[in-house]
Each structure stands twice: as structure tokens, then as C-alpha cells.
Ligand binder design. Structure first.
Ligand code: ATP
Ligand code: MG
Length: 653
């Protein structure tokens, strides 16, 4: 971004107050903000009391060597004990931890007592394989119970896990295994996706040809498909099932490395984000309880993310389990065997809290509201969103068609690096605005600043920063302290730079405006991709939109938009009229400065495997350049389809 701060173009007047009943019984009330502001470290110390510590900490925060933080210094705890054993000891052994639903319709129910036995057996097996405290274990599994079981088994013995999303290629897996020097890889023959078995073991075989650190590969039998077998391979059912279901969990230091997670790589070479134990577990437990107003004895919670992403680590595994919640865990895709599968699952398990991503919501909008309308979603009471800015129109659709205008929507901003939710409405407190992440949570200090690091006034836009360390913050980039400092702490003195643009509205509430790298500079104005995309999506004929700035001889950059029409509008979408209608609509909504130079109707958008739009590839196409790194793209053939729509522009590779 240049000197000019980010423009604030979008005006939004809709407001949604919390339902009275929910507000009256909410876990967190408005006073939490003041309480935390008055004594931030005292506030986090109280949240840490949610956990069982084997040894109390001596100091809440050591920030004497920034940006290298130590939280709950001297304290000791075991993450697996906190997520499983202590609940069994408290008499909750029969409570369901996971209702697991396989894509083909097979199910498994794991109570906390079951989970304890399974985790203990897996921990004993890892020990037998020679895994010791401090070693790294790579986990490359589908969404089956063995995935959280493996993570907890590692945490139990003090091994650091590195979960790699099951959709990644052999190459991506190899670099991640190598970077972390993993000793063991846990995988499966495959998993079910789109109604078919999808192989995983072959990818691991390919990856570990070149990873000398790997001694053993532990393989879960899921699909029963044939796999190649090597000397280093062991079946899970042979190595784990025969183990004792008892194992004594020893405490680890609060700063013991819990996991490494590589960011999805929307913006370049993956970074191994390192999270440690005490602070991470404190903040994920607190935020899961506060943001979703979790009542563990009655709620059924479902987060539709993959555990391979941070959302799954924090809000399928560690947060919900630390809180003794009952969760749904689903293996497959939303459209198998039919497009109502997710709503069917919500009705079946009477899910009360649902957490998903804007990309999924926009897909459901495209498929049509008659699909969710066929299912009983009346059990829902809170619905959440994460991963990208949620366009106001998608928020309102979600609230209306899924939440029956009854459920608060919590739009949660956070990152792999932050470990836990940082900016979000509180469902019993906040009067929600569609598209706004609203306020930093109690105990979090966030701001929007200009180029010089000065806070912008209300109504202004700029860079999102975090001004105080927080318990679940990343501790470094694995093996690269220098890159950690350079990437996050060098842009603004003493502040964490998130890489996202944001604005404060007239009330001081925070709106996320997309990645700073994606901001468009048009005739001296910095325009956010999010606002233009939201304006396009607010047109009734548009389902999804992505915009990018392409070099323009007159305006510096010009806005090029790629849109997917909604089902019914598909036929007329080819015409000039449609494009003109959309350009005028954007100009009317945001002002003439935001009017796209060009609008291309496309069948698909390039997305990462976590479902986020990759705008830099669209910029490459719009500027007639060969494509940058496409390894994190779900489906690279999409780029050919898009390039074919652009007059005289084809990617060169
Ligand atoms: P990489 O860092 O490798 O490019 P990534 O940023 O997509 O990948 P994540 O850590 O999963 O990986 O995503 C965090 C980013 O997602 C945030 O920095 C922000 O850009 C976006 N994001 C997440 N939640 C929200 C939200 N509620 N509103 C707006 N943006 C969000
Ligand atoms: Mg990121």
C-alpha cells in the first residue's frame, strides 16, 4: 500500500442484536472487555485456570526478549491429559467426544473414556516405535478418528506433531516432512472423497523416498484398497490395537512445542508455524467457550473445517476437547452423496453450534436455498464463519437460510499464526453488522494503523496490527527465527503485522478488507478487493466474485473482476448487458472509483486447498503473465478455463 490509507467505500446499515434469551444466559457478558483491559495478564491468568496444571506457573508472561514470548513461565501441564483424562476423572467418561460420520455413511461414536483408551494405546505404540519427547511426527490422514487420536498421542508423550492436509501432493508433503525432520509418518491407505476411495499411502511412499529422517510409517486401514508395502511400514491395527490402554501422562513445560503447522501458502513458500502448549491451550479453550457460548453439557458442536488447517487444530481438536464438548467429525465433502449432506448431518445430530467458511456459504448460495430448506435446522443456536472476509450478502444469506434469523453469526478473524480467534463478535453481547469482525476479544489488543504505524481515525482504513502479545501466538517459524522477526515484527516497530487490510467504521468497529498484497491502487486510491467483491456479490445474479488490480496506463492499476453467476442467471450472463449491469451496480454501491474496467464471467475461481481465492493468479492472468506458484491450488485446470475467457491472454505454462 502507498501513503494513502485504504479507502472505506462500503456502507452497511443492517444490525442484528443478540437474542434476549441467549444474551441473558451468555457465558461472556459485556463486562469482560473492561475486566481484561484493566489487567490483561491477570485476565489471561484467570483463563489459564480452566486447565489443570501439574505445576503452577511463576510468571504469566515473559516479554523481555521480544518478539520471542514465553507464557505461563515455569508452569507444567499435559495437553492430552487436559483434553481427555481429566474429563474422565471428573465423571464425564460416558460423554460423547466425537460423533464421527464417514462419507459413505458409516459412523463411530467416541466417548471421552473411549478416547482415553485409544490415545493411550497410540501413545504406547509411538513409544515402541522409538518416538521420544521432542521428536517430530508427521500426520497425513483423512478426517477419521485416528487423526485427533494421533495428535493427542503425540501431545501426550511430548512429541511435536505436524499435520499435513490430506490433499497435498507428495512434493508438498516431502518438503514439510523434511523441514520438520519428522521421525515417523502416520497415514492411511486412503479416505473417502466424492463417493470414492482416495489413496494417501502412495503419496507418502513417493514423499518418503527422499526423507532420510523418517524411520517408520504407521498406516491406518480405512478404505481397504491395496497398497504397496515397504520394510518401514506398519499397520495401525497391528501396532496400536495390541497396546495397553493405560499410559501415564507426564507434564511438559508450558513452552514445550505442541505442534508445527505449515500455512496454506496463499502467498508463497510455506512457513512452519510453531505453537507451544500452555498459552495455546489456554486461549483456544477460552475462545471456544466465549465465542461459541459453549454449554458443554447440552451443546453439539460442529466445525466443518479439515483438521489439516489451523481451524481444525484449534476448534475441532484442542479447544472443544479442553472444554469437554461433544463434537461432530465428518470425513467427506458437502455434496456427497447429495448437496444436502451437511444439513442432513446437522438434523441427525441436532447440532447447536456450527462453524464453517465463507467459501462454503457462497457455494450453498449458488446451489440454492431450497436445499437447506428441506432439513430441520432448528437445533442451531449459533453459527460462525472463518477463513476469508464474509461478504455482507453471504452473511445475511447464512443468517436467514441456515440460522432462521434467530442465530447470531460470529465472524471470527484469526490466522494460523495467532493460533486462536482474535477479533470476533461475542454472541450474547455484540450487535452484529454483516461483514464486520467487530471487536478484538477481551485480552486482545488489535488496531488499524496507517503506513507510519499511527492508528487511523474512525472511518479510515489501513493495516491490521496486534499491539500486545497473546497466549496462543506463534513462537517462531520452525528453524527460522530471522524469518519470524522479518515477516511479522519488522513492518511496524513493536507491533505484529498480520498482513491483512482493515478499516474502522464510524463506530470504531473493525472490518477486514483482505490481504494487503491484494490491495489495488487505482488513480491514487487504495481499494480493497473485499469491498468490490462484496458489492458484486450483493447483485442478485452473482454467486461469487474475485477482483484484482491489473496494470493500466491511465489509472496505475485497473480493477478486473471475475464473477460466477448464480444458477438462474447463467444463460444471460454471457451478454454485454449483464456486464454493464454489474459495472453500474458496483459504481452505484461503492462510487465510480471502484467500477471494474473489465468483468469476466467464469465457471470457477482459483482456490487454495483450504478454499480461499488466490487473487495473485488472477492478476497474473489479467496482466498476461505466466502463472506464479500454483502448488497450493486445488485444481490447476481452472486457470485454463479462466484464461480462455480473457481476450488474448493465456498463461504461458
Ligand atoms: P498463507 O499465510 O500461507 O498465505 P493463509 O493466510 O490463507 O495462508 P490461514 O492462516 O489459514 O492461512 O488464514 C489466515 C488468513 O485468512 C487471515 O490472515 C485473513 O487473510 C483470512 N481470514 C481468516 N478469517 C478471516 C475473517 N473472519 N475475516 C477476514 N479474513 C479472514
Ligand atoms: Mg496467512
Amino acid at each position: 500500500m502507498s501513503q494513502e490509507t485504504l479507502s472505506n467505500l462500503l456502507k452497511e446499515n443492517r444490525r442484528f442484536a443478540p437474542p434476549q434469551e441467549l444474551a441473558a444466559a451468555a457465558n461472556v457478558k459485556a463486562d469482560a472487555y473492561d475486566e481484561a483491559a484493566a489487567d490483561r495478564l491477570g485476565f489471561w491468568a484467570r483463563q489459564a485456570e480452566r486447565l489443570s496444571w501439574a505445576k503452577p506457573w511463576e510468571q504469566v508472561l515473559d516479554w523481555s526478549n521480544p518478539p520471542f514470548a514465553k507464557w505461563f513461565v515455569g508452569g507444567e501441564l499435559n495437553a492430552a491429559y487436559n483434553c481427555v483424562d481429566r474429563h474422565v476423572e471428573a465423571g464425564l467418561g460416558d460423554r460423547v467426544a466425537y460423533h464421527w460420520e464417514g462419507e459413505p455413511g458409516d459412523t463411530r461414536t467416541l466417548t471421552y473414556a473411549d478416547l482415553q483408551r485409544e490415545v493411550n494405546k497410540a501413545a504406547n505404540a509411538l513409544l515402541e516405535l522409538g518416538v521420544r519427547k521432542g521428536d517430530r511426527v508427521a500426520i497425513y490422514l483423512p478426517m477419521i478418528p485416528e487423526l485427533p487420536i494421533s495428535m493427542l498421542a503425540c501431545a501426550r508423550i511430548g512429541a511435536t506433531h505436524s499435520v499435513v492436509f490430506g490433499g497435498f501432493s507428495a512434493d508438498a508433503l516431502r518438503t514439510r516432512i523434511d523441514d520438520a525432520q519428522a521421525k515417523v509418518v502416520i497415514t492411511a491407505d486412503g479416505g473417502y472423497r466424492r463417493g470414492k476411495p482416495s489413496a494417501l499411502k502412495a503419496t507418502v511412499d513417493e514423499a518418503v523416498k527422499d526423507t532420510p529422517s523418517v524411520e517408520k510409517v504407521l498406516v491406518v486401514r480405512r478404505t481397504g484398497e491395496e497398497v504397496a508395502w515397504h520394510e518401514r511400514d506398519l499397520w495401525w491395527h497391528e501396532a496400536v490395537d495390541r497396546q495397553s490402554d493405560r499410559h501415564e501422562a507426564r507434564p511438559h513445560d508450558a513452552e514445550h512445542p505442541l505442534f508445527i503447522l505449515y500455512t496454506s501458502g496463499t502467498t508463497g513458500k510455506p512457513k512452519g508455524i510453531l505453537h507451544t502448549t500452555g498459552g495455546y491451550l489456554t486461549q483456544v479453550a477460552y475462545t471456544h467457550w466465549a465465542v461459541f457460548d459453549l454449554k458443554p453439557e447440552s451443546d453439539v458442536y460442529w466445525c466443518s473445517a479439515d483438521i489439516g488447517w489451523v481451524t481444525g487444530h484449534s476448534y475441532i481438536v484442542y479447544g472443544p476437547l479442553a472444554n469437554a464438548a461433544t463434537s461432530v467429525l465428518y470425513e467427506g465433502t458437502p455434496d456427497t452423496p447429495h448437496r444436502g449432506r451437511w444439513w442432513e448431518i446437522i438434523a441427525k445430530y441436532k447440532v447447536t453450534i456450527f462453524y464453517t467458511a465463507p467459501t462454503a456459504i457462497r457455494t450453498f448460495m449458488k446451489w440454492g436455498e431450497d436445499i437447506p430448506a428441506k432439513y430441520d435446522l432448528s437445533s442451531l443456536r449459533i453459527i460462525g464463519s472463518v477463513g476469508e472476509p464474509i461478504n455482507p450478502e453471504a452473511y445475511v444469506w447464512y443468517r436467514h437460510h441456515i440460522g432462521a434469523d434467530r442465530c447470531p453469526v460470529v465472524d471470527t478473524w484469526w490466522q494460523t499464526e495467532t493460533g486462536a480467534i482474535m477479533i470476533s463478535p461475542l454472541p450474547g453481547v455484540t450487535e452484529g453488522k454483516p461483514g464486520a469482525a467487530m471487536h478484538p476479544l477481551p485480552g486482545v489488543v488489535a488496531d488499524v494503523v496507517d503506513d507510519t504505524g499511527t492508528p487511523v481515525p474512525n472511518g479510515g482504513g489501513g493495516f491490521l496490527v496486534l499491539k500486545e502479545p497473546w497466549p496462543a501466538m506463534l513462537r517462531t517459524i520452525w528453524g527460522d527465527d530471522e524469518r519470524y522477526v522479518k515477516t511479522y515484527w519488522s513492518r511496524f516497530e513493536g507491533m505484529y503485522f498480520a498482513g491483512d487490510g482493515a478499516k474502522r467504521d464510524e463506530d470504531g468497529d473493525i472490518w477486514l478488507l483482505g490481504r494487503v498484497d491484494d490491495v489495488m491502487l487505482v488513480s491514487g486510491h487504495n481499494i480493497s478487493t473485499t469491498e468490490v467483491e462484496s458489492a458484486l456479490v450483493s447483485h442478485p445474479k452473482v454467486a461469487e466474485a474475485a477482483v484484482t488490480g491489473a496494470t493500466d496506463p491511465v489509472t496505475g492499476q485497473a480493477i478486473v473482476a471475475f464473477v460466477i453467476p448464480r444458477g438462474a442467471a447463467e444463460t444471460e450472463a454471457e451478454g454485454e448487458e449483464f456486464v454493464k449491469e454489474l459495472r453500474d451496480h458496483v459504481a452505484k454501491t461503492l462510487g465510480p472509483i471502484a467500477k471494474p474496467r473489465q468483468i469476466l464471467v467464469v465457471p470457477e475461481l482459483p482456490k487454495t486447498r483450504s478454499g480461499k481465492i488466490m487473487r495473485r493468479l488472477l492478476r497474473d492472468v489479467a496482466e498476461h503473465r505466466s502463472l506464479g506458484d500454483v502448488t497450493t491450488l486445488t485444481d490447476s485446470s481452472v486457470m485454463d478455463l479462466i484464461a480462455a475467457k480473457l481476450p488474448s491472454a493465456k498463461p504461458e505454462d
